[in-house]
Design a protein around this ligand. Structure first.
Ligand code: GLU
Length: 473
């Protein structure tokens, strides 16, 4: 249970679910089934550390829903991992996938370790043993349950997982699809690394392009010129900041464990990242002002606040001091239900996690499809499209007697590569999901906030799917 909330994380997900289910007409039994975590696997296994001592590792994998197969969701390595947290995160995955029309059930895994306290070799042993435990219980596989990176894990861990899985399942032709977020050389897809951050950007950009929504918040439309605060400079925070900056927004503050920095003229996330790598801290960045506590960054005056670290950072205690007009939940569960109530009163628009950070799982879906089809995106059509575009352009130039300038020519001729297709699939996914949720909210103005509208979207889709399965005749 978080010290900052009256509820455990799982209870707070249930609370948001219940709040939304009132705006649907589904049978109570179906709602109960959707809410429940179907399978919870708690394990303990021994690992011999570099010093020769044996440590018992506590780990989990939760499959929240099998209304679609496989289950999908990341694995986190953190001291804070516990069953309640993994259950909550697995539930969010079910709703997240439903909202963005990714045909998976929700799952999540966790290993209760602080990865900083272990050598690379120890981490490899832990990850491989965890994978073997999942195989033993049939809790992993391209058609069963497909893990991915989450807090504290990345492509390296995913490579260990796929290698362990493949060696325990010789001849399984689709073995590469047992996990996503792999390095590109190991069956990963180009565009996965930046996917969550880019999805956050696409989602918020779409919201910022909605004239009526911006008018209500007293903001102009578009991302250009907006002030943005990002909490967390991990993969998601870093890429969110990058895409906002590139679109003309100003990153006025960045926060990490050790503190936060502020610069009204705008920060460059990569320069700050390099500074942190060099000095071990985000603080004392040239030209920026240090903030006493990292949480101070959350309370700064800004247009958009992006919490991109862990859950429960904005709660009933600090929510009244939040001055942002839009909160983009890049992390999973950064705002508690109490915070939501404060936002509703203050007219702050909170763009909810389980849809806004769905870029990661959306591109995981593309990676999984690539693994099952055994072909790189763009391989079949790139050259064909380039040849065709050359012909079309040639005809236009001949008919008009004008020549298209070189830069434009290169752009028009370019046939799609894997990353182009992945980014475009993600853009389409995020734009449609944003519009769908906003439409639900508009159609029923008594829905109090965007999170509830997103839950309504998820509940409707999962319930329909259960009914189509014929589980509830
Ligand atoms: N860990 C990410 C999330 O929470 C990605 C999950 C996935 O790709 O399966 O959405």
């Amino acid at each position: 249970m978080s010290s900052n909330s009256n509820y455990s994380f799982f209870q707070s997900v249930e609370k948001s679910f219940d709040k939304a289910s009132k705006f649907t007409n589904w049978d109570l039994g179906i709602l109960e089934q959707i809410k429940a975590c179907n399978s919870v696997y708690q394990m303990r296994f021994p690992v011999k550390m570099d010093n020769g001592k044996i440590e018992v590792i506590e780990a989990y994998r939760v499959q929240h829903s099998q209304h679609k197969s496989p289950c999908k969701g990341g694995i986190r390595f953190s001291d804070e991992v516990n069953q309640d947290e993994v259950m909550a995160l697995a539930s969010l995955m079910t709703y997240k996938c439903a909202i963005v029309n990714v045909p998976f059930g929700g799952g999540k895994g966790g290993i209760k370790i602080n990865p900083r306290n272990y050598s690379t070799y120890e981490l490899e042993k832990i990850t491989r043993r965890y994978t073997a435990e999942l195989v033993k219980k049939n809790f992993i596989g391209p058609g069963i349950d497909v893990p991915a990176p989450d807090y504290g894990t990345g492509p390296r861990e995913m490579a260990w997982i796929v290698d362990t899985y493949a060696s325990l399942k010789p001849g399984e032709i689709d073995a590469a699809g047992c996990v996503t977020g792999k390095p590109v050389t190991q069956g990963g897809v180009r565009g996965r690394t930046e996917a969550t951050g880019l999805g956050v950007f696409f989602g918020i950009r779409e919201v910022c392009n909605m004239e009526d929504v911006m008018k209500k918040l007293g903001l102009t439309t578009g991302v250009q010129g907006k002030s943005v605060v990002v909490q967390g400079l991990g993969n998601v925070g870093y890429h969110s900041a990058k895409f906002f900056r590139e679109a003309g927004a100003k990153i006025v503050a960045l926060a990490e464990f050790e503190g936060a920095i502020y610069c009204a003229e705008g920060l460059n996330e990569d320069e700050v990242f390099q500074h942190r790598k060099k000095t071990g801290s985000i603080l004392n960045f040239p030209g920026a002002q240090n903030l006493a506590k990292n949480s101070d960054a959350l309370e700064l005056e800004c247009d958009i606040l992006i919490p991109a670290a862990l859950e429960n950072v904005i709660n009933g205690e600090n929510a009244p001091r939040i001055k942002a007009k839009i909160i983009g939940e890049a992390a999973n569960g950064p705002c508690t239900p109490e915070a939501d109530e404060v936002f509703a009163q203050k007219g702050i628009l909170c763009v909810p996690d389980m849809y806004l950070n769905a870029g990661g799982v959306t591109v995981s879906y593309f990676e999984w499809l690539k693994n099952l089809s055994h072909v790189r995106y763009g391989r079949m059509e790139k050259r064909f499209t380039e040849n065709l575009n050359t012909r079309i352009l040639g005809q236009i130039e001949e008919l008009t007697n004008k020549r298209v300038e070189d830069k434009e020519r290169a752009f028009i001729m370019h046939g799609p590569e894997e990353q182009d297709l992945v980014h475009s699939g993600l853009e389409e996914t995020m734009i449609s999901a944003t519009r769908e949720i906003m439409q639900i909210w508009k159609d029923n103005p008594s829905i109090p906030d965007m999170r509830t509208a997103a839950y309504v979207s998820a509940i409707n889709k999962v319930a329909t799917s259960y009914l189509e399965l014929g589980i509830f005749p």
